[in-house]
Design a protein around this ligand. Structure first.
Ligand SMILES: *[C@@H]1O[C@H](CO)[C@@H](O)[C@H](O)[C@H]1NC(C)=O
Ligand SMILES: *[C@@H]1O[C@H](CO)[C@@H](O)[C@H](O)[C@H]1NC(C)=O
Ligand SMILES: *[C@@H]1O[C@H](CO)[C@@H](O)[C@H](O)[C@H]1NC(C)=O
Ligand SMILES: *[C@@H]1O[C@H](CO)[C@@H](O)[C@H](O)[C@H]1NC(C)=O
Ligand SMILES: *[C@@H]1O[C@H](CO)[C@@H](O)[C@H](O)[C@H]1NC(C)=O
Ligand SMILES: *[C@@H]1O[C@H](CO)[C@@H](O)[C@H](O)[C@H]1NC(C)=O
Ligand SMILES: *[C@@H]1O[C@H](CO)[C@@H](O)[C@H](O)[C@H]1NC(C)=O
Length: 304
C-alpha cells in the first residue's frame, strides 16, 4: 500500500516537518544587531518641540542590515535639530521648514517659514528655485483641508502667441525687477492661473504650499503690492502623515504583540523590525522567540 501512509508514518513525517520548520526558524529571523541609539526611545526635545518615533533625528541615521544611513522611523519624518534648538524638516530635500509643533495623536505636523526671504521684505520671494514637493516615499501629505498653493511666476515675457492675460496684474514691487530675468512677475493661487505656457514664458516658476487662504482679490493693490500674499506666506501650515501608507510588515512589527519599530533605509524602503532586544527581526515580530516556537511544537505534538 504505497499510497496510504500508515498513521505511524504520517506522524513521523509531520514530526520531521516540524523539526525542519523550527530549525529553520530559530536564528533566521534574527538579522543581526542594530545600534539602538538610532531609535528615539525617549522623547527628544528640540527647542519647544518634542520629537518621538515615528519621527527620527535626521542626523542620527546608522548602518543597519548593511544599508548605510538607515533610520528608525517613517520616510519623510526625519527632523534636523539645528543649533540644538531649531527643529527643521526638509521637504523635497532642499526646502527647510521650521517645525512649530507635532501632534502624534492627530498625525499632523505644523510648519512655518515658507522659504521666502527676510520677513521684513514687503514683497517676499522664494529662497529656493524649485517647487516644494514631498519626496518620493514620504508618508507626509498636504491635506486639502489645510493647505493651498501659491505659484510665483518670475520674469515673464509675453508675445503675440502668449499675451499677458488681462485678468491678472503683475506684482508691483521693485524687488521683483532684480531678475533672474527681465519681465513681469506674478503671484497666483494655483487654481487661478490663466492657460498658457508659463514655464516657457517665465524665467522661474515656483510653487509653494501655504496655509489655506480665504477669498483673494488678485486685482487689489493689497495683493499686487505684496502685503496680502506675504501674510498668507507667514502663516504656519499643517501637514499630515498617512499611517495607512505603512507597509504591512511595518504594521506587524509595531503591533501589540511585537512592539518593534520600523527601520527604513536611505531610499525609504522597509528593511526590518528594530526590536527592543537590540536585534533586527526579519519576521517582523519581536516576540517570536524560540521558546514560543517550541511551546507551539509541543502543543501540536501532544495532539498527534
Ligand atoms: C537646509 O539646511 C541644511 C542643514 O542645515 C543646509 O545644509 C542647507 O543648505 C539648507 N538649505 C537651504 C535651502 O537653506
Ligand atoms: C512647478 O509647479 C508648476 C505649477 O504647478 C508646474 O507648472 C511646473 O511644471 C513645476 N515644475 C517642476 C520642475 O516640476
Ligand atoms: C511666444 O512665447 C511663448 C512662451 O514663451 C513661446 O513658446 C513662443 O515660442 C513665443 N512665440 C514667438 C513667436 O516668439
Ligand atoms: C477687487 O479689488 C479691486 C481694486 O481694489 C476692486 O475694484 C474690486 O471691486 C475688488 N473685487 C472684489 C470682488 O472685491
Ligand atoms: C498695499 O496695499 C494695501 C491696500 O491698498 C495698503 O493698505 C498697504 O499699505 C500697501 N502696502 C504697501 C507696502 O504699499
Ligand atoms: C494614504 O495611503 C493610502 C495607501 O497608500 C492611500 O490609498 C491613501 O490615499 C493615502 N491617503 C492620503 C490622505 O494621502
Ligand atoms: C533599500 O532597501 C531596498 C529593499 O531591500 C533595496 O531594494 C534598495 O536598493 C535599498 N536602498 C539602498 C540605497 O541601499
Amino acid at each position: 500500500m504505497p499510497l496510504l501512509l500508515s498513521h505511524h508514518h504520517h506522524q513521523l513525517l509531520l514530526l520531521l516537518l516540524l523539526v525542519a520548520i523550527t530549525a529553520s526558524h530559530g536564528d533566521s529571523s534574527d538579522d543581526g544587531a542594530y545600534d539602538p541609539s538610532m531609535c528615539l526611545n525617549q522623547k527628544y526635545t528640540c527647542g519647544s518641540v518634542s520629537i518621538t518615533y515615528p519621527f527620527y533625528l535626521a542626523g542620527e541615521t546608522k548602518d543597519a542590515k548593511g544599508y548605510d544611513n538607515s533610520y528608525c522611523g517613517y520616510p519623510g519624518l526625519g527632523i534636523l535639530c539645528e543649533d540644538d534648538d531649531k527643529p527643521i524638516l526638509q521637504l523635497n530635500g532642499a526646502a527647510n521648514y521650521t517645525v512649530k509643533s507635532i501632534d502624534g495623536a492627530l498625525a499632523t505636523v505644523s510648519l512655518a517659514d515658507p522659504n521666502v526671504d527676510d520677513d521684513r521684505n514687503p514683497c517676499p520671494r522664494p529662497r529656493i528655485d524649485r517647487n516644494v514637493t514631498l519626496q518620493e516615499g514620504s508618508l507626509l501629505y498636504f491635506p486639502d483641508s489645510a493647505v493651498d498653493y501659491l505659484i510665483f511666476f518670475i520674469g515673464c515675457n509675453f508675445n503675440f502667441t502668449f499675451y499677458k492675460p488681462s485678468s491678472i496684474y503683475p506684482i508691483s514691487c521693485e524687488s521683483f525687477d532684480d531678475g533672474p530675468g527681465p519681465g513681469l512677475s506674478f503671484v497666483l493661487p494655483d487654481d487661478a492661473v490663466p492657460a498658457g505656457n508659463w514655464v516657457q514664458a517665465c524665467s522661474q516658476v515656483i510653487q509653494l504650499p501655504v496655509h489655506k487662504y480665504g477669498a483673494i482679490n488678485l486685482t487689489d493693490p493689497g495683493w499686487t503690492n505684496g502685503s496680502e500674499y506675504a501674510s498668507v506666506l507667514r502663516q504656519e501650515f499643517q501637514l499630515g502623515w498617512n499611517e495607512s501608507g505603512k507597509p504591512p510588515a511595518c504594521i506587524q512589527c509595531e503591533g501589540a504583540n511585537s512592539k518593534g519599530r520600523c527601520g527604513h533605509n536611505r531610499t525609504g524602503d522597509f528593511i526590518g523590525c528594530l526590536c527592543p532586544d537590540g536585534r533586527v527581526h526579519s519576521d517582523n515580530n519581536c516576540n517570536k522567540a524560540r521558546r514560543q516556537h517550541s511551546k507551539k511544537t509541543m502543543t501540536i505534538l501532544n495532539k498527534m
